[in-house]
Design a protein around this ligand. Structure first.
Ligand code: SF4
Length: 118
């Protein structure tokens, strides 16, 4: 079976054709122009992951942007967003504050990407 993907690793957006066997096991990839694209193709077809970006509320008002400091399994994204939406940071939280440590046992943290106080 052939699966067609657009590589999302960089803005070039190479069109990939991934060959999988009947058990959806990775066989080969075409269309990538660098090794990162080949790694993306195999990961996307076997164990897809994503970096999650969102915002959390700041105590006293406002929101601050956050992101996971690494990619998490795609199937955990919904639960991740629920946890982020139920979180809040102090008004003096600096950039890099850990909002959620070891998110869902992944070893990945959710951190602020800006100072809470502007
Ligand atoms: S294959 Fe390489 S060059 Fe092409 S989009 Fe992916 S990362 Fe960018």
């Amino acid at each position: 079976m052939i699966r067609e993907l657009t590589c999302i690793v960089c803005p070039k957006g190479c069109q990939l054709k991934v060959e999988l066997d009947e058990n959806k096991k990775f066989i080969s990839v075409e269309g990538h122009t660098c090794k990162r694209g080949a790694v993306y193709a195999e990961t996307e077809c076997t164990a897809p992951t994503r970096v999650v970006t969102s915002t959390v509320c700041v105590e006293g008002g406002g929101v601050v942007p956050v992101k996971t400091n690494g990619a998490i399994p795609k199937e955990l994204m919904f639960e991740c967003v629920k946890l982020i939406n139920s979180s809040c940071v102090p008004a003096d939280a600096p950039i890099g504050t850990v909002v959620i440590a070891d998110l869902l046992g992944t070893g990945i943290d959710v951190i602020t990407t800006r100072n809470a106080k502007v």
